[in-house]
Design a protein around this ligand. Sequence first.
Ligand code: MN
Length: 150
Amino acid sequence: MKEVIENDEKQKKGSRAREDYLEQISNLIEEKGYARVVDIAQNLGISQASVTGMIQRMDSDGLVSYEKYRGVVLTSDGERIAKAIIKRHKSLAEFFNLFGLNDEETYQDIEGIEHHMNQKTLKTIQALTDELQRQPALLERVKSKVSTKS
Ligand code: MN
């Protein structure tokens, strides 16, 4: 049983790391046109050697491929997953923006929680965002509670 839990934890950490990599690679390609190991390492605060190892594993899983002149590129599977990850991050940012929190303030929090949201919980947040946008009076009431309590 203990072993099962450990494996599960390990797997979760593994998929979380993969999500962070896919997100960073996609953002770098969008910003710069390419994703180099050195930039991925810097953005994730991880050594270049660790990044290289992970890229190799993700390459054998069919998520990325390494091209000599272009650096790390996403395969179609990698790109599809990266898009969903980025959309999830944006949905969460949009939710917190409603309450006046900007993307910079919420970035680290979202990086922490985004990996733990399944489709259903994410949809709940999206529906709530949608409703609050349509009901400014309710939104103001919620906002006033947040500002007086902190
Ligand atoms: Mn994110």
